[in-house]
Ligand binder design. Structure first.
Ligand code: C2E
Ligand code: CA
Ligand code: CA
Length: 595
């Protein structure tokens, strides 16, 4: 009678065995000397004409290596190696013709009389096939010969594991790498779905800090510290516990337990402990820098989250650990959503640049406090994200500014703003277009050339343009930015100091910056109609800027009272909601006409 559960178990085991075999990527690969060497030794030791490393696929025996056979594969049906794979036992058949089962097998029919095979078994107990020797005469084997055959099978397995490990081990630390992490976690998720565990992401040094160290000290400056850290962490975890190196100085360990669920406090204690291990690591002369290790802890259930997401979220916890006092932080969904949003913004921006309709410039009027007339406008960018809706420039610009897309962003703004300024210019409106520029733009070697060529294309005089730069960008103090500023001055392009008063409270630098305009930040201006202190401050800023020869603009004028006060203080221009919000081109036209 057939035992159903038992057949099912056998089928399941065979399914997993085949999966393991296929994952090793050995089937149908070219011959390799490392296997052939073992096969030759087998043939010689047994003094037999035929030897093979035979892998048992679903319905065939495929030879990774062979001596004395011409073909690469034979059917699995009645193949002796297939029996070795099924039973995981050594199989010796002194004479095939004597065996009722194999007497009529294709092997026996081809003239084979003797067979001996030892199982090729993985650590987790799957038999991939057999290391076998065959002869055309009946033969017996000694105990000693069987042990030799088993040793040869073990050598083959060593070779297989070695090849498999290649590309999965970090050469510097000898730790398993990120690919192995993903593979292992996939395996664990299959076998132990639902089990709760914690990913501990350990970062030896802040990535940004690491890059600047590498610039100064060279690429290999961290190798020694990373190697030492790997050893110490592994020692602390103990043998049998796996530590992965997923990047230079970045390690991951999965805390899990078959007996009981580890809890949050246990995971955090472990994180603190591992961090302490790194903090107490002597660095010596080889590493003339400080380490700032942090550990991010990410709770998850096996099989419920993709391994790559485990890595990403654990690393996100690591980033928040940088801001925590303990240097250890538990993953937070809210923070992750922030990261995801940032990621979506950065990755979606390139598309936005190409997709007409996502980005738009609005124009906010600037009005002369002397004549009450509109004298110009500030171009302000808007982004309508296809899924996230409107995204404020305060949110996406600081993100984009730190990527190579800063150049594309400003280029987009310059082109559109210059085009619009040219339209106004041709209509004789006498408006000056003010454009916001990032510090990064100043470092682009061809920035001014590009700007000038846009002006030429549209036959727009430089006087119709003004560039707004923040204090921070203006006193970046690098040679490149100073040179770029000088070149702007040379080209007679007007420069405005944006957000004046918020950056470097020292006013001394004003003398050194080649700007023409000071825009007093809206945080001061917004208060003047109800706060005496702000009034005094703004008044002082205006008179000092005037003394230094600057044209003064107040931004964030929200009430008539503020507008009148600024007029009385002798301020030159105003910009703000009381006059107009940032407007579309059409609304801007209407607004101008209505005035
Ligand atoms: P900003 O250069 O200081 O621009 C002025 C901001 O103040 C604008 O915000 C404007 O809408 C807002 N504003 C104007 N009048 C008032 C008012 O009376 N009260 C208040 N509370 N706010 C007022 P927006 O458009 O959200 O822009 C924010 C920032 O984003 C800008 O600050 C600027 O730093 C940046 N930005 C905007 N467009 C661009 C651009 O094209 N390129 C670059 N690099 N940065 C831009
Ligand atoms: Ca501005
Ligand atoms: Ca501003």
């Amino acid at each position: 009678m057939v035992n159903v559960p038992e057949t099912q178990a056998i089928e399941e085991h065979e399914r997993r065995r085949l999966m393991t075999l296929r994952q090793l990527n050995l089937l149908d690969t070219p011959p390799s000397e490392s296997f052939d060497r073992i096969t030759r030794i087998a043939s010689e030791l047994f003094d037999l004409p035929i030897a093979a490393v035979s892998l048992t696929d679903e319905d065939r025996q495929w030879f990774k290596s062979r001596v004395g056979i011409d073909h690469w594969e034979i059917p699995r049906f009645k193949a002796c190696c297939g029996e070795v794979a099924d039973t995981s036992q050594v199989l010796v058949l002194p004479d095939l013709l004597e065996s009722p089962h194999y007497r009529n097998s294709p092997l026996a029919q081809s003239g084979i009389r003797f067979y001996a095979g030892a199982p090729l078994q993985t650590y987790d107990g799957y038999t991939l096939g057999a290391m076998c020797v065959l002869g055309r005469e009946p033969r017996s084997v000694t105990e000693h010969e069987i042990r030799v055959l088993q040793d040869l099978a073990a050598m083959v397995m060593g070779q297989i594991e070695l090849q498999h490990a290649f590309g999965r081990v970090d050469p510097l630390t000898g730790l398993s790498n990120g690919s192995k992490f993903i593979e292992d976690l996939e395996d664990r998720s299959r076998d132990n779905a639902g089990m709760s565990c914690f990913a501990l992401y350990i970062e030896l040094i802040d990535i940004a800090e690491m890059h600047s160290l590498q610039r100064v000290l060279g690429l290999s400056c961290l190798d020694e510290a990373a190697r030492e850290a790997a050893i110490r962490l592994q020692l602390r975890l103990g043998t049998g516990k796996v530590l992965y190196q997923v990047g230079l100085g970045q390690y991951v360990h999965i805390l899990e337990s078959a007996e009981r669920c580890p809890d949050e406090s246990e995971a955090l204690d472990m994180a603190l402990d591992l961090r302490q291990v790194l903090l107490s690591m002597p660095l010596g002369d080889a590493a003339p820098f400080m380490l700032h290790p942090v550990v991010g802890v990410m709770p998850f259930r096996l099989g419920e989250i993709a391994p790559t997401d485990v890595l990403r979220t654990a690393q996100s916890a690591c980033q928040s650990a940088r801001d925590s006092e303990t240097g250890v932080s538990l993953f937070s969904v809210a923070l992750d959503e922030q990261d995801m949003r940032r990621f979506a913004l950065i990755s979606g921006f390139r598309h936005a640049l190409e997709d007409a309709g996502q980005l738009q410039l609005l124009y906010q009027p600037r009005v002369s406090l002397v004549s009450d007339e509109c004298v110009g406008a500030e171009a302000l960018i808007r982004w309508q994200h296809p899924t996230l809706g409107p995204v404020a420039p305060d949110e996406f610009i600081p993100l984009i500014e730190h990527t190579p897309m800063a150049r594309l962003l400003t280029d987009w703004v310059l082109r559109h703003a210059v085009d619009q300024a040219a339209v106004w210019h041709r209509r004789g409106l006498g408006l000056r277009m003010s454009i916001n520029i990032s510090a990064a733009n100043l470092l682009e070697s061809d920035f001014i050339t590009r700007l000038k060529s846009y002006l030429t294309e549209q036959a727009l005089p430089v006087t119709a343009l003004e560039l707004e730069l923040t204090e921070r960008a203006l006193i970046g103090n690098t040679r490149a930015s100073t040179e770029a500023l000088d070149a702007l001055v040379e080209a007679s392009i007007r420069i405005a100091i944006d957000d004046f008063g918020t950056g470097y409270s020292s006013l001394a630098y004003l003398q050194e910056v080649p700007a023409d305009v000071v825009k007093i930040d809206r945080s001061f201006v917004a208060q003047i109609d109800h706060e005496a202190r702000s009034q005094t401050l703004v008044k002082a800023m205006i008179s000092m800027a005037h003394d230094l020869g600057y044209h003064v603009v107040a931004e964030g004028v929200e009430t008539e009272k503020s507008y009148r006060l600024l007029q009385a203080m002798g301020c030159d221009e105003a910009q703000g909601y009381w006059l107009a919000r940032p407007l579309t081109v059409e609304a801007f036209d209407d607004w101008l006409t209505a005035r």
